[in-house]
Write a protein that binds this ligand. Structure first.
Ligand code: PBG
Length: 353
């Protein structure tokens, strides 16, 4: 203002400048947040977070049948044959999606109370992993470790006296993980929430020469109703019936407990940690990233997917836009990557259609 005073001696200052002294520095109208939003180039310049294809993990459902069978509660998602899963992995490679995750829908006659099929080296998971890792070696393959797709009661572990027992279950999970590693799985992903399973699986893998196989721990996994469509997809829902998983999965109200779970899994040797479900738990994702600074993943689970895809199917929301906005929310919360049934669709859109 001194300059103006010199050039125009004695001239009255404009009203806005006269107000300047009275108003705290930097407020409206000098500061106009909308300036940086005015043009597309400017919006791109100041954007803080973005979704990249490198952030995506694509979950695939497989079954031991020749045809793909659509999953009614998950629009555009099917249970695939082994060949279908290989084709999906080829599509992932072509799109640049780093990892596919294999989930089995096991035939009812192969399920029993002990989940014995989980430790059959020729089960549908191992067959699929062998086929994908041979045909598409450039794509990472991830496998869930838990017994629920294989048990006749739909629980993730063994039941003794009406309780899902911990240590006996962990011993079986180690065998399951080892078989998956032998089949060619790159990332073992325990989703069962038993105590001590990360350390036990790490030791088992290392003891058998699989020290390069990575572990992504479902560390903070909540007892959530958002898994409903997944349980239809793998066929565990009808077996689980009205039972719930509250004796091993976390209470949705808890946050500090999630930090303890993460700390334990890291101490036991987890390479990457996960929060699940995703969108209803973004506060947990942020806290994990801030407090631990480790590779942090979020699972946009089946119910979240179906909520968006189902509404889009009815024309209630713009499907592509809500898909990308939901994925972006994970990045903003601090996630390094996202497991999402939208992976192929999002990657296609990111590539430009
Ligand atoms: C199995 C498992 C579940 C999911 C991933 N692994 C279901 C469950 O714990 O009941 C849910 C994934 C989804 O809903 O998309 N332990």
């Amino acid at each position: 203002m001194a300059e103006i005073a010199k050039v125009n001696p004695g001239k009255q200052q404009p009203a806005a400048d006269a107000d300047a002294a009275a108003r705290p520095h930097g407020q409206y109208p000098r500061t106009r947040m909308r300036r940086n939003r005015r043009d597309d180039w400017n919006r791109r310049l100041v954007s803080e977070n973005a979704v990249s294809v490198n952030d995506l993990i694509w979950p695939l459902f497989v079954h031991d049948r020749d045809e793909a069978v659509p999953i009614p509660s998950m629009p555009d998602v099917s249970r695939l044959s082994v060949d279908g899963a290989v084709k999906a992995a080829e599509q992932a490679a072509e799109l640049g999606i780093p990892v596919v995750a294999v989930f089995p829908a096991v035939e009812p006659e192969l399920k029993n109370a002990e989940g014995a099929e989980a430790t059959n080296p020729n089960n549908i998971v191992c067959k699929t992993v062998r086929a994908i890792s041979q045909a598409v070696p450039e794509v990472g393959v991830m496998c869930d470790v838990a017994l629920d797709p294989f048990t006749s009661h739909g629980h993730d572990g063994l039941i003794r006296d009406d309780y899902v027992v911990n240590d006996e279950t962990v011993a079986v999970l180690c065998q399951q993980a080892l078989l998956q590693a032998q089949a060619g799985c790159h990332i073992i992903s325990p989703s069962d929430m038993m105590d001590g399973r990360i350390g036990a699986i790490r030791d088992c893998l290392d003891g058998n020469g699989f020290d390069d196989v990575r572990i992504m721990a479902y560390s903070a996994k909540y007892a959530s109703a958002f898994y409903g469509p997944f349980r239809d997809a793998v066929g565990s829902g009808t077996y689980l019936g009205k039972a719930d998983k509250k004796t091993y999965q976390m209470d949705p109200g808890n946050t500090d407990e999630a930090m303890r779970e993460i700390a334990l899994d890291l101490a036991e040797g987890a390479d990457m940690v996960m929060v699940k479900p995703g969108m209803p738990y973004l506060d947990i994702v942020r806290r994990v990233k801030d407090e631990f600074g480790v590779p942090t993943f979020a699972y946009q689970v089946s119910g979240e997917y179906s909520m968006l895809a189902g509404a889009a199917e009815r024309g209630w929301m713009d499907g592509e836009r809500v898909m990308m906005e939901s994925l972006l929310s994970f990045k903003r919360a601090g996630a390094d990557g996202i497991l999402t049934y939208f992976a192929a669709k999002a990657a296609t859109l990111l590539r430009g259609g």
